[in-house]
Design a protein around this ligand. Sequence first.
Ligand code: NAP
Length: 244
Amino acid sequence: MELGLAGRRALVTGAGKGIGRCTVQALHAAGARVVAVSRTREDLDSLVRECPGVEAVCVDLGDWEATERALGGMGPVDLLVNNAAVALLQPFLEVTKEACDRSFEVNLRAVIQVSQMVARSLIARGAPGAIVNLSSQASQRALPDHSIYCSTKAALDMLTKMMALELGPHKIRVNAVNPTVVLTPMGQANWSDPHKAKAMLDRIPLGRFAEVENVVDTILFLLSDRSGMTTGSTVPVDGGFLAT
Ligand code: NAP
């Protein structure tokens, strides 16, 4: 399916590893002009070597002022993928202030901040746009030790609907993608234990974790005009987990 992304300018957060990195590679291959935002300089350097022309911005999105400085002059962006997140797993009774603050700063507050910057510029230019927020199946199901992560993603699902409501009249669509486990560095850190993995796999009707490509294909579809009537949705890429 031709997605018509060539020439569009896209910004991807959390672009250094995992789903964000593969999203940049796919957008670059589709002819989009990409701004890749991430925290570790070496990841961005190797990404730019792989995908010449990609613009790299190195910033910790948990730092509001640094983000304002780093992205303040980013220029016009048509498509935004809010992908950066942390998964700090703790049993509920052991949740710390630090993990709570950090998780909400990166997983939710940075989405608000970067989306405001992109949406304000789109509105000022009178241009249409599309935003995709990387949520999770964890936004809708309780998982052991995931109190804070689940809560950030539940909030992100509702933020997606609010942004769709208020930005729709400006022709800006906003959707969330809600994957099951993907064995990226984040997925490997949290799901490598075979017993834990089996308990999750037993709850997934298709009986497997998602591949990064499954998630990236859905992101690209939601960024493209092929999904032109879809906004405010939370799209599972979960092998049926949320259906059970
Ligand atoms: P990942 O492998 O941990 O990669 C995340 C990327 O985001 C890394 O490049 C990381 O950079 C960057 N990042 C994190 N915090 C940042 C910050 N404060 N500022 C700038 N960049 C930051 O994660 P992933 O598995 O690809 O996950 C991508 C998205 O999918 C996340 O929103 C996640 O919640 C969601 N998701 C993942 C899974 C899964 O099983 N993997 C399942 C459902 C949903 P550094 O490494 O340098 O910190």
